[in-house]
Design a protein around this ligand. Structure first.
Ligand code: NOJ
Length: 865
């Protein structure tokens, strides 16, 4: 007995000591922000959608509203996520489906180049067309919300597993990528979803269960600790652009930000997204990223995905619990009304009408017939109609991947012109012997890399390999052609590339993806920056024997080329990114000069892994508590860090060569008369409600005439006894006891000074153009080509990056012709976020603008008055 007591005491002390240790660390915290902002009927671009949504929501019952906000459960229906239907009003279930390169898990869809590759085009129009084509394909399959584009990860760490799904670590390039993608997707009639909001920069420790799977017993997910200035100037920036473009939905992220979960963080959702940025659409959780019921509702979450607490538990934080929480007044009525309103407004905003064609595909099987409720094995019927939605998108895909291929080095071997003998080396040039779709969610690196892995994958309708396309070109040209599609046939490779007249093209790659799949020890994030499958050895071996070696890299981000890039036998290096289904045709177009390259690298190629100054956290740093990832470098990621720390790099951000040459001259700065900035003042209207509801719990009990489907999430209570219905023995109390102050306040709220008055994206004066910068670009070579002039600014302060990209264009220029480049600088472009003022402020430091072909070739410069 005594022993037991002593053991108990020491255990207690141990626990206390352990907790003490944790308390001693000053963990980042997230300020509360309540109440959750309600929709603004006058918001730019949303007025008509609001009116339609209000008319619709006013007819809905409470159960129907809850049904619209809560997913039906993992694998309960055909899409990766669905919410309940409103049959009484003729609305079928909404389908939320992946995403970033094509419609996931179906057939007869296209596979597009990754966002990162699209970013490398530096071409707004192409990114827009890509979005539109993807939106059309989604619509054709019956998808309501396409779960992209991606601005989180932004790309803080070069090893970040999902960087390829997004655009670039530069917030302006990503912001433009977001804006054009959102517009494109939504013009096609599909709701876009900006994800993952926010600070979702690495795969490790984003989910507790996943971390347990690779041996770390953490109790809570990683916390991305981001200060207010960095948040605004870097990570929030591209989301602001998405909101300004009218994005219909945003997905909150798995991990915590400043030690509060992404999907219940009122600072992020209520304050930044809905209030400051004036976001009018709805926020859905990432899959299983919701951890609370009422708390997440008042923190700003509008849709629970996929609806169950964890996959296939059959119970939900919302569903019946949300019904109960509204009836008993914990979650205020205006909040559930606002959730439904936001969802329906996004729906109507993209031109949808209540009657929508049915979903004609099924994510869980490619069989034609099967159970429509997959998890329950219920409702056997035709579920796949194999609808071909590809249109002529193959041409666009080929063009984007070619125009997104960066010519990093060329000493004159390119473009190829009927070469005598081409030897193609490497498995990255060939097919996956088991077929392009053989690895689930593309979780392997076999054959040519044309897609990363995870939920961002899709099924290839075909995959043109480099070997296939290059051989076809060779046959046409009368070129001798041989390929060795393995990295390990040393003697045969040596024999081949040593022959006279050989042009050796070596294909190598580096892959990454989402954290639920481990490929060769890479838990989503890459474990290093080297080439996969002995790629470096392959390049070195071939180039030691062949004086005309061309290297093509397919990768999800930068790799280390330091050891070999300046070998004179390596006459050209190309980064072909993640090209999608037309891979071989696109690279052939570039190698043979059918497309004159003009892409620019959307990230820096550092000389060493350490040169980036940031790295993935691979081991938890807080015992079994939430790993703490301090974003201590502030805004200094990628080129901003290299410029500041002067660490060694090989190819700078924005670098990319052409087969012609350009000359820059004559920079001019023109000031616009934008007037002075006026912070927003005033108040919102009080929160509206639409309709009313009964408080008699009998009215919410599961209907006797409805068949219960196993694991399906319903809005109904299983009994009219509240305690039993909630399955909570402590049921009772008031909202005030459980929720933070002001969480249920419906009175008019002050408008934030940086927020817009009805202008999504923030105070509209932030987007006033203050300066136009012009320069002349001359094509001094012999062939036509596109040039990508880039406009950078130095804000001049001691804490500002040396230069920051602010605008760019991609311009076609004929030989001898001179074309003006015109770049614009908005008020936001010239401001810093001032955490004390809580607004954007133009500092008194002298500002300089630069124009040039990359972040380090900025010969033209001018002062701003
Ligand atoms: C989790 C991923 O993080 C998200 O991007 C995706 O949309 C959902 N799963 C649904 O597949």
């Amino acid at each position: 007995m005594q022993f037991a007591y002593a053991a108990y005491m020491s255990l207690l002390l141990l626990t206390l000591a352990h907790d003490q240790h944790r308390w001693n660390q000053s963990l980042a915290t997230s300020d509360p922000f309540y109440p959750s902002p309600w929709m603004d009927p006058n918001a730019d671009g949303w007025q008509e959608a609001y009116a339609k949504a209000r008319a619709f929501v006013s007819q809905m019952t409470l159960l129907e509203k809850v049904n619209l906000t809560t997913g039906t459960g993992w694998a309960s229906e055909q899409c990766v996520g669905q919410v309940g239907a409103i049959p009484r009003l003729g609305l079928r279930s909404l389908c939320m489906h992946d995403a970033p390169v094509g419609i996931r898990g179906t057939d007869y869809n296209s596979v597009f180049p990754s966002g990162q590759t699209a970013a490398a085009t530096f071409d707004r129009a192409l990114i827009h067309q890509r979005g539109y084509a993807m939106g059309m394909e989604a619509k054709g399959k019956g998808v309501t919300v396409l779960l992209g584009p991606v601005a989180g990860p932004l790309g803080r760490m070069p090893e970040g597993g999902r960087n390829w799904e997004g655009f670039s670590p530069d917030p302006v390039l990503t912001g433009i990528g977001m804006m054009e993608s959102v517009r494109g997707i939504q013009e096609a009639g599909t709701v876009a979803c900006a994800k993952h909001f926010i600070g979702n920069e690495q795969e490790h420790f984003r989910q507790v269960g996943e971390a347990h799977g690779y041996g770390y017993n953490i109790s809570e997910t990683l916390s991305s600790n981001i200060d207010d200035k960095t948040m605004h100037e870097l990570y929030l920036w591209p989301f602001a652009d998405a909101v300004r473009a009218g994005v219909g939905s945003v997905m909150c992220s798995y991990q915590q930000v400043n030690n509060s979960y992404g999907c219940q963080n009122s600072k992020l959702l209520n304050n930044l997204l809905k209030d400051e940025l004036g976001f009018q659409g709805f926020i859905m959780s990432d899959w299983q990223a919701q951890h609370t019921g009422a708390a997440s509702a008042v923190a700003g979450l509008d849709m629970s995905m996929p609806g169950d607490t964890e996959f296939n538990t059959g119970v939900s934080y919302w569903g019946a619990n949300l019904t109960l929480a509204v009836v008993n007044g914990t979650v205020p009525e205006y909040r559930i009304d606002d959730m439904a309103l936001r969802i329906m407004a996004a729906y109507f905003k993209v031109g949808k009408t209540i009657e929508q064609p049915p979903i004609n595909m099924d994510f869980w099987t490619s069989d034609t017939y099967g159970p429509v409720h997959w998890a329950a094995g219920k409702g056997y019927q035709q579920i796949n109609f194999h609808v071909d939605v590809r249109g002529d998108h193959g041409n666009l895909i080929r063009e984007i991947a070619a125009k997104g291929t960066v010519l990093l080095k060329n000493t004159g071997s390119l473009p190829l012109n009927k070469p005598k003998f081409v030897a193609v080396i490497g498995e990255d040039a060939g097919p996956n012997p088991n077929g392009p779709n053989s690895c689930p969610d593309r979780g392997c690196d076999n054959g040519t890399l044309a897609m990363g892995w995870g939920s961002g994958s899709a099924n290839f309708p075909y995959l043109v390999t480099p070997d296939y396309a290059l051989q076809a070109q060779a046959i046409k040209d009368g070129t001798r052609y041989e390929s060795i599609l393995t990295n390990y046939a040393w003697s045969q490779t040596k024999a081949l590339v040593s022959q006279a007249n050989a042009t050796a093209i070596v294909f190598v790659n580096a892959d990454s993806g989402e954290g639920y799949i481990n490929v060769d020890g890479n838990e989503g994030d890459r474990k290093n920056l080297t080439l996969w499958r002995s790629g470096d050895a392959l390049v070195k071996n071939v180039s030691s024997l062949c004086s005309n070696t061309i290297v093509v890299i397919h990768s999800t981000g930068p790799v280390l080329v330091t050891d070999w890039y300046d070998n004179p036998n390596i006459t050209a290096i190309l980064w072909a990114g993640i090209p999608g289904q037309e891979s071989g045709n696109s690279i052939t177009d570039v190698l043979y000069g059918k497309v004159n390259p003009s892409a620019r690298t959307p990230f820096t190629w550092g000389a060493t892994r350490e040169s980036y100054g940031t790295d993935v956290m691979y081991k938890p740093n807080n015992g079994d508590g939430p790993p703490q990832q301090d974003f201590a470098e502030g805004v200094f990621i990628d080129y901003r860090y290299f410029d500041k720390a002067d660490t060694p790099l090989i190819y700078e951000f924005g670098h990319g060569l052409s087969y012609t040459t350009f000359e820059y001259s004559n920079i001019r700065v023109e000031k616009s008369n934008a007037g002075t900035y006026t912070p927003t003042t005033g108040k919102t209207a009080a929160a509206p409600t639409f309709g009313n509801f009964s408080t008699n719990l009998e009215d919410y009990v599961f209907p006797t005439n409805l068949e219960y489907i196993y694991q399906y999430i319903y809005p109904y209570l299983n009994t009219s006894d509240a305690r039993n219905a909630s399955a909570d023995p402590h049921y009772g109390g008031t909202a005030e006891e459980f929720l933070p102050p002001h969480a249920t306040d419906s009175s008019p709220q002050p408008l934030l000074r940086a927020a817009g008055r009805s202008s999504p994206g923030g105070n509209r004066q932030l987007y006033d153009v203050l300066y136009t910068v012009t320069a002349d670009i001359k094509n001094t070579g012999a062939i036509p080509g596109d040039e990508v002039p880039q406009l950078y600014v130095s804000l001049g302060g001691p804490d500002d990056p040396k230069v920051q990209l602010r605008d760019f264009d991609r311009i076609r220029i004929d030989p001898g012709q001179t074309v003006p480049f015109r770049g614009k600088l908005t008020r936001r472009d010239l401001s810093n976020w001032d955490p004390a003022v809580q607004d954007w402020v133009i500092s008194e430091y002298p500002k300089t603008v630069f124009v040039g072909p990359s972040s380090r070739k900025l010969a033209l410069k001018a002062d701003l008055s």
